[in-house]
Design a protein around this ligand. Structure first.
Ligand code: UDP
Ligand code: MN
Length: 245
C-alpha cells in the first residue's frame, strides 16, 4: 500500500486557532493513508479544537505539551518546537514506515505536495512560497541535485529552508535516535536537518526539480478583538457560547 504520511501540526490557543485548523483539516481530507498529529502548545486542551478534530473524521492524534517556561518569557520565542518534538517522539514510538512532515496550522497546502513527499527515501526538499517581495524560499537544483538555497536569510545555515520545505523518511529518522529540533529561533530547521546527518547531495528535490510552489508560508492577519454588539440574541439563531448569558 501507500507509505503512511505523518503530518505534525503545532498549534496553540488563540482566536485564529479553529479557523486555521479548519483550513488545514479540509486540505488533509483529500490525502489518503494519513496520520494527523495535532500537537497543542497549551496548559489545558482547547475544547473547540478537540471537538473539531473529533468531528473531522480524520485519522488524528492529539498531543499537548507546553513550551518550556524559560522560552515563554522571552520576546522572540522558539514557536512550535516543544510540540513538534512531541509529534516527532510519537512517530518514533509508533511509526515503522512512511514519511514525517511538519505542517504549521497557518500555511497553505496544495495536495500535490503530499503525494510527492510520501515517496521520500531520506530527506526531500521543495519550494515554499512566501507572501513577501522575495516570493519563495527554495533549494537551487542543477541536473537533479540540490546545489544551493535561495532564501531571504541565509545566515550561517547549512540548510536555509522553511519548516514547510522538507520531509523525512520515518525509517531514516528511526536510524537516527539523536535527531531533534533545537530551541534556537531561526535555526530550528537547519539544526534539525543537520542532526539527521545528511549531505546536500543526498537531498531529494521534489515539485518538478523545485520549479513548482505547492506549499505557501501564509499568515493570518491579527485582528483587534471586537466588542460584542449583539442587541437581540433571540434573532441571531445561534447557540455559540459567546452569545450565551
Ligand atoms: N505555535 C505554537 N506556539 C506558539 C506560537 C506558535 O505552537 O507560542 C505554532 C503555530 O500554531 C504554528 C507554528 O508554531 O503552527 C509556527 O508559529 P507561527 O505561525 O506563529 O510562526 P511564523 O510562521 O510566523 O514563523
Ligand atoms: Mn506561520
Amino acid at each position: 500500500g501507500l507509505p503512511t504520511l505523518y503530518i505534525v501540526t503545532p498549534t496553540y490557543p488563540r482566536a485564529e486557532q479553529v479557523p486555521e485548523i479548519t483550513r488545514t483539516a479540509q486540505t488533509l481530507m483529500h490525502v489518503p493513508n494519513l496520520v494527523w498529529l495535532v500537537s497543542e502548545d497549551a496548559s489545558v486542551s482547547s475544547p473547540a479544537l478537540l471537538s473539531y478534530l473529533n468531528e473531522s473524521g480524520l485519522n488524528t492524534v492529539y498531543l499537548r505539551v507546553q513550551m518550556p517556561s524559560k522560552y515563554q518569557k522571552v520576546k522572540n520565542k522558539p514557536r512550535g518546537v516543544a510540540n513538534r518534538m512531541a509529534g516527532l517522539n510519537w512517530v518514533r514510538s509508533n511509526g515503522k514506515e512512511g514519511v514525517i512532515y511538519f505542517a504549521d496550522d497557518d500555511n497553505t497546502y496544495d495536495i500535490r505536495i503530499f503525494e510527492q513527499i510520501r515517496w521520500t527515501k531520506k530527506v526531500s526538499m521543495f519550494p515554499v512560497g512566501l507572501v513577501t517581495s522575495l516570493g519563495v524560499s527554495t533549494p537551487i537544483v542543477r541536473s537533479g541535485r540540490v546545489v544551493g538555497f535561495y532564501d531571504g536569510w541565509i545566515a550561517h545555515r547549512t540548510f536555509p529552508v522553511d519548516m514547510a520545505g522538507f520531509a523525512v523518511n520515518v525509517e531514516f529518522l528511526l536510524q537516527r535516535p539523536q535527531a531533534g529540533m533545537p530551541y534556537k529561533v531561526g535555526y530550528e530547521e537547519d539544526g534539525f536537518i543537520k542532526s539527521l546527518g545528511i549531505k546536500a547531495s543526498e537531498i531529494e528535490p521534489l515539485a518538478f526539480n523545485c520549479t513548482k510552489i505547492w506549499v505557501w508560508h501564509t499568515q493570518t492577519k491579527k485582528n483587534d478583538p471586537a466588542k460584542p454588539v449583539a442587541q437581540n440574541n433571540a434573532t441571531i439563531g445561534t447557540n455559540m457560547d459567546i452569545l450565551k448569558e
